[in-house]
Design a protein around this ligand. Structure first.
Ligand code: FES
Ligand code: FES
Length: 166
């Protein structure tokens, strides 16, 4: 299959990468760019372990062709260092083996970006697309609630508001 060099925008940086048109975004992130935070789980769109943000909305990178990401901003868990959501997952011990955690963090980050008020119901519904096989969903929910509080504290300190389009 022919290869081509393309420009991706990952975590705020331009990245040139050689791809085949049939490559998934997940394969390219992990194999070509060394961004191994997004995990292969089911490779079928069911578990959410591979979740990344495309223009700040969650997508399953295992069922997305890399060419679909051209011209869009891709955010992986590596791009969320020192963010409220990352801190909250650690503070709430919202993981055990950690395999599902990057996917949960990315999806939760999208929830925080698009919902000003976050209820128990919203958390449950939003995170339905992610599966964890070994820790309690309660701690994951606690982490999202803590991250929302951290987000709000940060926003009031800097005068910013949440982008609520969803
Ligand atoms: S690996 Fe992508 S949804 Fe499971
Ligand atoms: S922490 Fe192990 S699968 Fe979720």
């Amino acid at each position: 299959m022919p290869k081509q060099e393309v420009l991706l925008h990952i975590n705020g940086e331009p990245r040139m990468v050689v791809i085949r048109t049939a490559d998934t975004l997940l394969d390219v992130l992990r194999r070509e760019l060394g961004l191994t935070g997004a995990k292969p789980g089911c490779n079928n769109g069911d578990c959410g372990a591979c979740t990344v943000l495309i223009d700040q909305h969650p997508y399953k990178a295992c069922i997305m062709l890399v060419i679909e990401a051209l011209g869009h901003e891709v955010t992986t868990v590596e791009g969320l260092q020192n963010t409220p959501i990352q801190r909250a997952f650690a503070d709430c011990y919202a993981f055990q083996c950690g395999y599902c955690t990057p996917g949960f963090i990315m999806n939760a980050q999208a929830l925080l970006l698009h919902h000003e008020v976050i209820s128990e119901y919203t958390i449950q519904e939003w995170l339905e697309s992610n599966i964890c096989r070994c820790t309690s969903y309660e701690e994951i929910g606690d982490a999202v609630k803590l991250a929302a509080r951290l987000r709000d504290t940060l926003a009031s300190a800097t005068g910013r508001t949440t982008d609520t389009d969803g």
